[in-house]
Design a protein around this ligand. Structure first.
Ligand code: ATP
Ligand code: MG
Length: 137
């Protein structure tokens, strides 16, 4: 069974749609192995998105991710990384397919409701960023 990391971003947490988003994962057959609400520090957010540190949107991205609490979740299931990315939709909600989380709930490319690991390798690193082994079931 594959695992992946989902983050419900500050915009979606503020909209009170945490349960609605987690429900979509469960309905798609993904299991919640761990979940927590947490407010990232600026250093946390910079480390988490380090791959994007040279991109023009990096500072805005970091500021947005620390603007309020997020909900980090470990999802487990067959093809969990790909399945989660499919449920999320494209980065830019304007390009996201109807029925995806970003098409339904995201306001902009910055405030785009969710994050999902983009590979199994990154999923392992990202899960370790938020959770200790004993917190994952
Ligand atoms: P995430 O990593 O958050 O799951 P993603 O994998 O779909 O999103 P990435 O390319 O990894 O997209 O970009 C990380 C985040 O940076 C995006 O979710 C988005 O909020 C922001 N971002 C990406 N591209 C742009 C852009 N061109 N302009 C502004 N923000 C952007
Ligand atoms: Mg990404």
């Amino acid at each position: 069974m594959e695992k992946t990391l989902s983050i419900i971003k500050p915009d979606a947490v503020a909209k009170n749609i945490v349960g609605e988003i987690l429900n979509r994962f469960e309905k798609a057959g993904l299991k919640i192995s761990a979940t927590k609400k947490i407010r990232l520090s600026k250093i946390d957010a910079k480390n988490f998105y380090e791959v994007h540190k040279d991109r023009p949107f990096f500072n805005d991205l970091v500021d947005f991710m620390v603007s309020g609490p997020v909900v980090a979740t470990v999802l487990e299931g067959e093809n969990a990384v790909f399945k989660n990315r499919e449920l999320m939709g494209e980065t830019n909600p304007k390009e996201a397919k109807v029925g995806t989380i970003r098409a339904d709930f995201a306001d902009s490319i910055d405030a785009n409701a969710v994050h999902g690991s983009d590979s199994e390798e990154n999923a392992k690193i990202e899960i370790g960023f938020f959770f200790a082994k004993k917190e994952i079931f």
